[in-house]
Design a protein around this ligand. Structure first.
Ligand SMILES: [Zn+2]
Length: 418
């Protein structure tokens, strides 16, 4: 396993020095946190390391003008210019802090561990960094941490919106795994049944009692944290983000990527992904009901009026997508291909109503209004999401079958408005 220790334990602070020593022989740590995660756990980590004889330099990552810190090239460069001499990095935080330290760790080749402060996303155990580079949301392949630690009380005290965001991120799995399987059948992409099963087997832990997440019960938070950890590990083991990122993520990425172009904020990753998952599951339901869809190659230019300043970047991805569309249509149209595909995908997907119910019972975002996004803006993200990544998803399949764009507004009204 790339991650050597995964610890969620009331003794996490006491275990920290011993776990950090797994990173190498030196005893110089550099601890990275933001002002909130420093208060939540960073200060306690620092004190525990010092008490154990470690040198522990601290870097507090500054907030962005909009609030929380961001993972972008400017922040990374600022941190790089002031890296303490150290044998090991310790990230104390969640999404952004973890991503920044993973990125630094990869760049300067210092091993890193993370002390998680929220069950908010699956990036703790993955090697992926999702930074913004010159304004464009990107993907950088980094190293995984050698250890992930968390304390139950710290996870319990994390902001509720962050925890609910974590649930949205893990609930995406039925869609992302079905999209992955579709890619393996249609395009011959590598598919790892072990990784898919690993994610499937932990599903009941968070799906069956979402109220326990809302109530911040230890068992519910543990199930969620473990699900996030395994979800990230499945990406690391498979060597691709396919196990945890399908069409539902594209919708969230489109909202993120256009936020600054359109001069509006975006919400937490997992909260947007949760809504994307409801939509994508509804789309799968409609698709899998079709007996004999007539697949057509639907090609269109990149909508530069929508993407504005990042149209050039999107066009590169979209051109790669357009190149795949005719082959997909040809394979899907072969005799028996559709029946074989839907027989394979049907058991992997979940009903949209089930996903929505789970999010609602957990106190998570389950309507467009919950994420502070006008309905038309969300609809436009659905209608443009296929242009921004070369990855073929349920959104592309539904477009090829003529289900989209027509069904988009109907699904939004049926599942995402109330
Ligand atoms: Zn995600």
């Amino acid at each position: 396993m790339p991650v050597r220790r995964l610890i969620l334990d009331p003794g996490a602070f006491d275990l920290l020095p011993g776990v950090l020593a797994l990173g190498g022989p030196g005893r110089r740590a550099a601890l990275f946190a933001d002002s909130r995660t420093w208060a939540a756990a960073g200060s306690a980590c620092h004190d525990r390391l010092r008490a154990d004889g470690w040198a522990c330099a601290v870097r507090i990552i500054p907030d962005s003008p909009h609030g929380d810190p961001v993972c972008d090239d400017l922040t990374r460069d600022a941190l790089l210019s002031d890296i303490p001499e150290s044998d090991v990095f310790l990230a104390v935080g969640s999404g952004v802090v973890n991503d920044l330290v993973k990125w630094l760790s990869t760049d300067v080749r210092v091993p890193y561990a993370v002390f998680a402060t929220a069950a908010s996303m699956n990036g703790y155990t993955s090697g992926n960094v999702a930074p913004t580079l010159r304004g464009v949301k990107s993907l950088v392949y980094g190293t995984t941490p050698f250890a992930v630690l968390a304390h139950p009380d710290v996870l319990r005290d994390a902001p509720a919106a962050l925890t609910a965001s974590g649930l949205g991120d893990v609930l995406a799995k039925p869609v992302s795994v079905a999209d992955w399987r579709m890619n393996s059948i249609v395009f011959g992409e590598y598919f790892c049944p072990f990784c898919a099963r690993m994610i499937r087997e932990i599903e009941p832990g968070y799906m069956e009692r979402p109220e326990s997440i809302r109530a911040r019960e230890p068992a519910g938070l543990r199930a969620l944290f473990e699900a996030l950890a395994y979800s990230g590990l499945s990406m690391t083991l498979a060597g691709t983000s396919f196990p945890a990122s399908g069409g539902e993520h594209m919708i969230s990425h489109a909202l993120d990527m256009t936020a600054s172009e359109h001069g509006v904020p975006h919400d937490y990753h997992g909260r947007q992904v949760g809504l994307g998952t409801i939509f994508a599951c509804a789309l799968y339901e409609r698709m899998l009901r079709l007996e004999a869809p007539a697949f057509r190659a639907v090609l269109e230019p990149t909508d530069s009026a929508y993407w504005r300043g990042i149209s050039g970047h999107v066009e590169k991805e979209h051109a790669a997508k357009r190149a795949k569309v005719p082959a997909a249509v040809e394979r899907l149209s072969r005799p028996g291909a559709w029946d074989a595909l839907r027989a394979e995908l049907a058991p992997m997907t979940r009903r949209a109503a089930q996903i929505k119910d789970c999010l609602r019972r957990a106190g998570a975002a389950h309507r467009i209004s919950d994420i502070g996004c006008p309905k038309d803006r969300f609809l436009q993200a659905i209608l443009h999401a296929h242009q921004m990544r070369e990855r073929y998803t349920i959104i592309d399949l539904a477009r090829a079958a003529g289900v989209l764009p027509g069904a988009a507004g109907e699904i939004v009204e049926e599942f995402l408005t109330e």
